[in-house]
Ligand binder design. Structure first.
Ligand code: NDP
Length: 447
């Protein structure tokens, strides 16, 4: 709960200015609560308007995306790009294509991105974008026409030194290819305006793996500090998209056994350990459903509904699907089954009540802003390689990613300690991410 009067007033204003956007309110409230000890020590962040400014996007771009489906019918979607904060670098953050997308979702994601990007130690500001378009069930040609229309408007607002979007839910290699191709055609320039690109046109090795791998590097660092490791642990990973697949891959390499994965319909449980090649064939290969896993592994179980995955007994839970997927009841089910570590691969997958339950139980909890920052960090490494017109090997990028994740853990951990909240990585990540942005904003004066 926020107790500082000035922060309370800022929170009230955020609610008034952004009605009907509960995800954004939730994200701001969590950050403001963490900043209480910071403003007690540095009142200038309130007095000079830094916090009031940081909760207000620099720019909101909202546009119509008309496209023609395979039957020749015109469809109209809505596109967004929220350029939230460019204090420490060009806006950077993914594009999400999912029917649940509206302004509040993009705002919450863009806001979180500011602090996450700052935590990486790299020069990137915060932004996010997307559309309520659903790529599921669409043909490649429909997805291409949608992406071309989306980029026709977006191209007016982005650029390699201005705003560099990437993928997120529903935006993978196929969509990035169509978007980049259209940008290049419209602007007649070949610049690193998007990240997550294919390897033949400026993509970085290890970008695909980065968020999932980074999540496991972060988790391994939390475990190491507690004198433990992944070795011999049972792991549950929700989702079966980009983050979930590579989190599963790295958790397994580090000695864990992943026994459950999911999609928005249901989850699989394989007590022998999930066969990741089978999941990749279903999800990356033919864009199928997770229940098809039973076609190759009839000995495994499939359960309808995605929240049931949190009733599977595990030592480590890695939520990698979507926001608010772990509520209080799911958190309690995990705790009752003896979970020792929860680290967030998805953005804001735990509700505030769930986070409180984990913190009260004293388990290790890695918040998304810190734990899933490996994706955007590697996107920034892709930007560096594009600027140099040069590419690093997989091993070089992976080693840099590993170092970045270790540093993020250390910085979040020491910020929590400095402000009297030892072990509270939620507060530590918010504070460490905020300080760099806030000091920079102060340096610029009112702008
Ligand atoms: P993908 O689209 O590749 O995969 C998303 C996965 O989550 C799919 O398995 C999807 O199932 C499932 N899912 C989506 N919506 C829901 C829902 N409402 N309920 C249950 N399951 C759902 O996305 P990513 O893996 O890229 O992203 C996953 C999360 O990680 C998101 O929160 C994203 O913001 C975050 N993230 C991603 C980064 C990246 O580099 N890709 C970087 C940092 C964070 P289905 O196929 O049925 O829709």
């Amino acid at each position: 709960m926020i107790t500082n009067e000035a922060l309370k007033k800022i929170m009230e204003d955020v609610k008034k200015r952004n009605p009907g956007e509960p995800e954004f309110h939730q994200a701001v409230s969590e950050v403001l609560e963490s900043l209480e000890p910071v403003v007690a020590k540095y009142p200038e962040f309130i007095e000079k308007g830094v916090i009031a400014s940081v909760v207000e996007p620099e720019r909101i771009i909202k546009f119509r995306v008309p496209w023609v489906d395979d039957k020749g019918v015109v469809q109209v979607n809505r596109g967004f790009r929220i350029q939230f904060n460019s204090a420490i670098g060009p806006y950077k953050g993914g594009l999400r294509f999912h029917p649940s997308v509206y302004e509040g979702i993009i705002k919450f994601l863009g806001f979180e991105q500011i602090f996450k990007n700052s935590l990486t130690g790299l020069p990137i500001g915060g932004g996010k974008g997307g559309s309520d378009f659903d790529p599921k069930g669409k043909s490649d040609a429909e997805v291409m026409r949608f992406c071309q229309s989306f980029m026709t408007e977006l191209a007016k607002h982005i650029g390699a030194d201005t705003d560099v979007p990437a993928g997120d839910i529903g935006v993978g290699a196929r969509e990035i290819g169509y978007l980049f191709g259209q940008y290049k055609r419209l602007r007649n320039e070949y610049t690193g305006v998007l990240t997550g690109k294919g390897l033949t046109y400026g993509g970085s090795l290890a970008r695909k793996e980065a968020t999932g791998y980074g999540l496991c590097y972060f988790t391994a660092e939390m475990l190491k500090d507690a004198g433990d490791s992944f070795e011999g642990k049972t792991v549950v990973v929700s989702g079966s998209g980009n983050v979930a697949i590579y989190a599963t891959e790295k958790a397994t390499t580090l000695g864990g056994k992943v026994v459950a994965m999911s999609d928005s319909n249901g989850y699989i449980y394989d007590k022998n350990g999930v066969d990741l090649d089978a999941v990749k064939a279903i999800k990356e290969g033919r864009r199928g459903r997770i229940k098809e896993y039973l076609d190759v592994h009839p000995e495994a179980e499939y359960h309808e509904g995605c929240s049931g995955i949190w009733t599977v007994k595990c030592d480590i839970a890695l939520p990698c699907a979507t926001q608010n997927e772990i509520d209080e009841a799911s958190a309690k089910a995990l705790l009752a089954n003896g979970v020792k570590v929860v680290a967030e691969g998805a953005n804001m997958p735990s509700t505030p009540e769930a986070i409180r339950a984990f913190q009260e139980a004293g388990i290790l909890f890695g918040p998304a802003k810190a734990a899933n920052a490996g994706g955007v960090a590697t996107s920034a490494l892709e930007m560096s390689q594009n600027s140099m017109r040069y590419s690093w090997t997989f091993e070089e990028v992976d080693a840099k990613l590993h170092n970045i994740m270790v540093d993020i853990y250390r910085n979040a951990s020491s910020a929590a300690e400095e402000f009297g909240m030892r072990g509270n990585l939620v507060a530590g990540a918010n504070i460490a991410g905020f300080m760099k942005v806030a000091r920079t904003m102060l340096a610029y004066g009112v702008c």
